[in-house]
Design a protein around this ligand. Structure first.
Ligand code: DWN
Ligand code: SAH
Ligand code: ZN
Length: 405
């Protein structure tokens, strides 16, 4: 039985997707086949309930000069981060000479608002290309992996941070022991660490099995984050459910006794017990759901091909690598995927090598069906592509189950 990366407890494996490629390695025809593969399998810790991968992908294989994902690719996420930055500016960043550090600052979408307010900030992100976009916007970024040593250097050069913020990043980092040692070195004594990430409760509810991929080493819950904070000498003091990314959770963590815990946490812990996030049956049901969704999706795609219908993919997401490669979707079923990210256009998806094309390709001409891989942005995308529906087009979704709208 594998050991939990957080507490050393026994990890109970509940699904094995087999050998899968790194999800954001969009290749060229020349580099196709060079993707890094690993065994993608997920388990739940029988002690601290942390859901985690059974195999770690070397971080340099995932996050590097050419990492393509940009937070600003979604206007909903843009507004989401702007709103939270404003909230911080009115609360934890309202003191004298405040300082915020963001772990996983990406293209600066969140820190841009802080920068405009003239507040001291520093983004930390190892992906150089996206960091260049942040710097072009005047955001201060250090191209590095945040960990113990990096944090100590920042503490020495810039002093303590009132806020350390991290969205959809700490779930990508197996070495959370080093992260929390770094937070301890960098965070002011009454400072807060604010994490937000896709929420395990929503993933289980929606059978969103594509959220399991190389970058998502952990899938956080209130219960597992509370245990993680405690393990590393901190205290979870507040939680806030969020609707973004198909259902996320914002966690506020402080040094023990520094902030009074909110009642929301007690309610959500009770809800997680009722949902069975610590019971093996929940993960067995999830595993059955994965097999069902993949079978139904492949049947639908093959039927549509047999009928001579055209199907294209919409949103070359990292999570689509799990759906496409585990279910066996190839260019013969989905000839291309359109995506607004320039760094992905003209490339091929990892493993299945489906071409990625610019958004204009979607309406030249519209297909009969669009398979929505970016289902977590469904409202934003369907509103943007109303013309597709007006032309009689239909959307295929596979979360929470396979259905056509
Ligand atoms: O956790 C992560 C999240 C924050 O972002 C990272 N591990 C990597 C990445 O995951 P993802 O690629 O699954 O994220 P998204 O936000 O679901 O990706 C959406 C994709 O769809 C992007 O490539 C942009 C594209 N897109 C588009 O073509 N048209 C997105 C929108 C909103 C659109 O209108
Ligand atoms: N926070 C953004 C980006 C999330 S994508 C958002 O929520 O949209 C994950 C980001 O984490 C990538 O930009 C990746 O380069 C970064 N990352 C991965 N490991 C990291 C580490 N140890 N320290 C800082 N950033 C890291
Ligand atoms: Zn554990």
């Amino acid at each position: 039985m594998a050991k939990c990366r957080i507490c050393g407890g026994a990890v109970d494996e509940f699904f094995d997707f087999g050998r899968q490629p790194v999800s954001d390695s969009f290749v060229t025809p020349e580099t196709a086949g060079s993707e890094f593969y690993f065994r993608l399998a997920a388990g739940v810790c029988t002690n601290c309930t942390m859901v985690q991968l059974l195999e770690e992908v070397p971080r340099e294989q995932m996050f590097h000069e050419d990492y393509p994902y940009r937070s600003s690719g979604s206007s909903v996420m843009h507004r989401h981060f702007e709103a939270f930055a404003h909230r911080l500016l009115e609360t934890d960043l309202a003191g004298d000479d405040p300082f915020i550090v963001e772990i996983g600052s990406n293209d600066g979408t969140m820190l841009k608002t802080v920068q405009k307010a003239g507040v001291r900030h520093l983004g930390v992100d190892p992906s150089a290309q996206v960091g260049d976009f942040a710097r072009a916007d005047g955001v201060r970024v250090r191209t590095a992996f945040f960990e113990d040593a990096t944090a100590r250097e920042i503490a020495a050069s810039d002093g303590p941070a009132d806020v350390i913020f991290s969205a959809n990043t700490t779930s990508h980092i197996p070495y959370m022991d080093s992260i929390f040692r770094g937070v301890d070195a960098l965070l002011a004594s009454d400072g807060v660490l604010v994490l937000e990430d896709r929420y395990l409760g929503s993933i289980m509810e929606q059978n969103a099995f594509d959220q399991i991929y190389d970058e998502h080493f952990y899938l956080f819950s209130v219960s597992s984050v509370r245990a993680m904070a405690q393990t590393f000498g901190f205290e979870l003091v507040d939680v806030e459910p969020l609707t973004v990314h198909g259902g996320s959770m914002r966690y506020t963590i402080a040094r023990p006794g520094k902030r009074s815990p909110s009642t929301t946490m007690t309610e959500l812990l009770a809800r997680e017990r009722a949902q069975g996030l610590a019971s093996p049956q929940t993960y067995q049901r999830f595993a059955a759901g994965v097999r069902r969704s993949c079978g139904e999706l492949m049947d639908l795609l093959k039927d549509l091909r047999a009928q001579g219908r055209t199907v294209v993919g919409y949103g070359a997401t990292a999570k689509s690598a799990t759906v496409i490669n585990y279910c066996g979707i190839g260019p013969e079923l989905v000839p291309f995927i359109c995506d607004s990210t320039e760094a992905k256009q003209g490339r091929l998806t990892p493993g299945s090598h489906i071409p990625v094309r610019p958004p204009a390709a979607f309406s030249e001409p519209y297909p009969d069906y669009a398979l929505l891989f970016a289902w977590n942005h469904v409202e934003e995308i369907m509103a943007k592509e109303q013309g597709f529906r007006d032309a009689g087009g239909k959307w295929i979704l596979y979360v929470p189950e396979v259905h056509v709208v």
